[in-house]
Each structure stands twice: as C-alpha cells, then as structure tokens.
Design a protein around this ligand. Structure first.
Ligand SMILES: Cc1cc2nc3c(=O)[nH]c(=O)nc-3n(C[C@H](O)[C@H](O)[C@H](O)COP(=O)(O)OP(=O)(O)OC[C@H]3O[C@@H](n4cnc5c(N)ncnc54)[C@H](O)[C@@H]3O)c2cc1C
Length: 408
C-alpha cells in the first residue's frame, strides 16, 4: 500500500476541474430533471412516502445509466468525474433522492459492469439503465455491518442452482429492487465469499420495507430474505471466492457517490440560509448583517470548497485507477482518497445543515423548509457505506502501515 502523504503538485498534473462542453450538456439535463423533480419530492417528503416519480424523471434525462457503457441499453458512458458532478447537483434535491441512484447505479449497475460476464451485463444492464428494473446491493446483515467479512448468508450448489439462505438488512432500494447483488459464503465455510445476481422473482426471495427511519422518507430501505432461494448457476457474478473484493470495489463507487451528493446538500443549505438571512429582520436589520450569522455562512462556504476539492480529486483518481486496474498502488490511493472525501464531505454536509437550521431559527424546525430535511437525511452519510470511524481508521492505516490495522 502506498503510504505517502500527498505528494503535492506531481499528483495534480492530471487534475483539471474545468467543466467541458460535454459535461455542461449532461449537467444541464440533470438540472432540468432536478427542477421538475423538486415539487414532487416536496410533496412526497411532507407526506412521508417513497417518491415513485424519481425513476421516470431521471430516465427522461438519461441519468439511470449515466456511468454505464453505451453498449448497454440507455447507458451514457460518462466518466467518473462527470457522474460525480451530476450526483452533486442531485444531492441538492436531498440525500434520499441521491441514495436511490447510489443503490441503483453506483452500487448495483457499476458493480455489475465491472465484474459480471458479458452475457450477464447484456441481460441485466439494459433494463436497469431504462429504469424497468431497479437494482440494489445486499451486503449488510443484521449481525454484519462494519465487518462484512462476518456475514452469515450461505450458498450451496444443487444441480444447476445455488441455494442461498440468510438475510440482508438496511439495503437501499431493498424492498423495491427487482435485481439484487447478494454476497454469501459457501455453506459451512468462513472464506470463499461469492457474489450473485439475484432476481426478486426467484423462488425463496422476499423483501420488506424498513419503517420508522430517522430521515430519508422518500427513499426506500429494506430487508431481503433468502429462504432456500434458488439462484441459477449462471448468476454467479465474477470469479468464485472473490466476493469480498467485489464488495469492496462496489463500496468505492458507492462511497464516492455519497461524498458527491453531500456537496449538493451543502450547496442547498447555503442557498436557503443566504436567502433567509437577507429577508429575516431582527434588531432592526436583516440577520445577514449580524456577524455571528455571517460566521455560519463563511464556515459553510469554506467547507464546501474544501469538500469539492477532495471529492473531485477522489473522482479523478478513481477514473485513473479504473483505466489502469492492474496498478494496485493507484487503486489503494484512490480508495483512501475516496474514504477521505466521504468522511470530510459527509461531516461538512451535516455541519452545514445544522448551521442552516440555526440561521433559520424556528423556521428551521419545520420540515416545510429544506435545512431540517437535510439535517436528518444527511446524517446517514456518516453511517452507511462505511462509518466515520471505519473511514478514519482506513485513512490512518494508509500512513501507519497495515501492521497497525485497528481491526481485521
Ligand atoms: C439508510 C441506510 C441505507 C443503507 N443502504 C445499504 C445498502 O444499500 N447496502 C448495504 O449493504 N448496506 C446498506 N446500509 C448498511 C450500512 O452500510 C451499515 O449500517 C454500516 O456499514 C454500519 O454498519 P452497522 O449499522 O451494522 O453498524 P456497526 O458496524 O454495528 O457499528 C456500530 C458502531 O460501532 C462502530 N464500530 C464498528 N466497528 C468498529 C471498529 N472496528 N472500530 C471502531 N468503531 C467501530 C461503528 O463505527 C459504529 O459507530 C444502509 C444503512 C442505512 C442506515
């Protein structure tokens, strides 16, 4: 593992954050879709319901397969940075909206694109890019969260099928997904984890929506139950025994999507706080003229710039690593940069939402404003796809060396 502190300008030679004409075109489409979505998301959020208008609106804007190759259905072949910029804009609409895409695209489709056989890609990616089939990524279990290697779901071979038994918990899109990437160990073993593409209509598969969540009412989160679930042999994905590597590669893509979405959350909080502070009068002047209010805005804005730089850098490193998969040092470096991006951006977004609520005062205590929704919704970004603690330890170990790993 590369254990250097950032080597400065040498690393920046390929860092170009200028938005190209192609990226501008994509971002204009994303912006149009987000504007169409906002009133519908408002309505769904206030009535506490899953927003089922998301997929059709995002499909119209060709966002459901944005980073997927044009060979598959409505894949758009966007590079990693372009996709991250799109997720940043989508993040303004809420963490729930962005989480739908993280589950369906970043964790689901991107993992299939990287690891599945050509035949599997042809079968599963086109309907996913068209939104006809929703995808999810089933790694977490009731007793296996930060330690996915301890998962208990098992498989055994029977004739032309694998028989899966176990359950998955807290899966984004879990109760609405038609296709799940599922991780399991061979029965009776604690090594040789495998990944499977499992369809909702396979015998022995069922799911249930998670209720009473802290936030993200418009995003589906669910449990998946595999009760002697019959998975055809051809649905084993990637090399047998490489399930944990497949899971970790999916998490790299998922974590980056979380980090990018958090940028949008900060932007939306700043927009609302700035607008409110100019029109709210207290002590005879707009509260924007009170220096302690300005401090909140200054902090949010500075954190946004810092977060953008680290997220874009992580995206470019992932892009470089994806195009040179044999370079293990580069992959490790990208992996740690993504952990830094997720850790920093998710904390910055939570802080921005908290400051925006403070500026809004009692108005910020009503879900009719945007800041409190961000406050409860973005909290999950410090938990899912690797908690703050796991991210920080990963970052520290990249400097200390693997012999200092806090856990195995
Ligand atoms: C809304 C939502 C959506 C989700 N979507 C998905 C999904 O699509 N797919 C999926 O597979 N999972 C998903 N998850 C699960 C998520 O990834 C896990 O919740 C997360 O990895 C943490 O696992 P845990 O909740 O079991 O907490 P635990 O692992 O039990 O951790 C509890 C606490 O202990 C700390 N801790 C644990 N181990 C260590 C350690 N070694 N050192 C220091 N501290 C430690 C943690 O940081 C945390 O603070 C989702 C979760 C939520 C809430």
């Amino acid at each position: 593992m590369k254990t250097v502190i950032d080597s400065g300008f040498a690393d920046l030679s390929h860092m170009n954050f200028d938005v190209s004409d192609e990226q501008r075109f994509v971002l204009d489409e994303v912006d149009r879709a987000c504007r169409e979505l906002r009133p519908l998301e408002d309505e769904a959020y206030l009535s506490g319901k899953f927003n089922d208008r998301l997929a059709p609106i995002f499909r119209k804007a060709q966002l459901l397969g944005l980073p997927i190759s044009r060979r598959y259905g409505e894949g758009q072949g966007a590079d990693v940075l372009t996709y991250a910029l799109a997720l940043e804009r989508i993040g303004q609409e809420g963490t729930g909206v962005r989480t739908f895409l993280s589950g369906h695209v970043s964790l689901g489709q991107v993992t299939v694109q990287k690891w599945a056989s050509e035949e599997q890609k042809q079968r599963y990616l086109p309907p996913a890019t068209r939104g006809e089939k929703v995808m999810c990524f089933g790694l977490t279990e009731p007793t296996a969260g930060s330690d996915p290697a301890s998962l208990r779901t098992t498989f055994e071979e029977k004739g032309n099928n694998f028989i899966l038994n176990g359950s998955k918990a807290w899966i984004s899109n879990g109760s609405i997904a038609n296709v799940a990437v599922i991780f399991a160990y061979p029965k009776g073993k604690r090594e040789g984890m495998c990944a499977f593409i499992v369809e909702k209509n396979f015998e022995g598969y069922s799911s249930q929506q998670q209720k009473h969540k802290l936030g993200m009412p418009t995003s589906d989160t669910g449990s998946i139950f595999l009760d002697n679930c019959k998975v055809p042999r051809e649905n084993l994905m990637g090399p047998a025994g490489k399930g944990l590597s497949i899971a970790y590669s999916g998490l790299m893509s998922g974590r980056l999507s979380v980090a990018a979405g958090c940028l949008g959350v900060i932007e939306d909080c700043i927009n609302e706080a700035v607008a409110f502070s100019k029109q709210r009068i207290q002590h005879g002047k707009p509260i924007a003229k009170h220096q302690l209010v300005q401090r909140h805005i200054g902090e949010m804005s500075t954190n946004l710039e810092a977060a953008k730089n680290i997220v874009y850098k992580a995206a470019l490193l992932k892009q470089k690593s994806d195009s040179d998969p044999e370079d293990k040092d580069l992959r490790d470096y990208a992996d740690v940069m993504i952990a830094k991006a997720k850790y920093f951006a998710s904390n910055a977004s939570f802080d921005a939402a908290d400051r925006a609520v403070q500026i809004l005062g009692s108005s910020g205590y009503s879900f009719e404003t945007r800041a409190p929704r961000h406050l409860v919704d973005t909290r999950v970004c410090r938990i899912y796809e690797g908690t703050d603690e796991i991210m920080v330890q990963k970052i520290a170990v990249s400097l200390l060396g693997t012999e200092y790993e806090a856990y195995r």
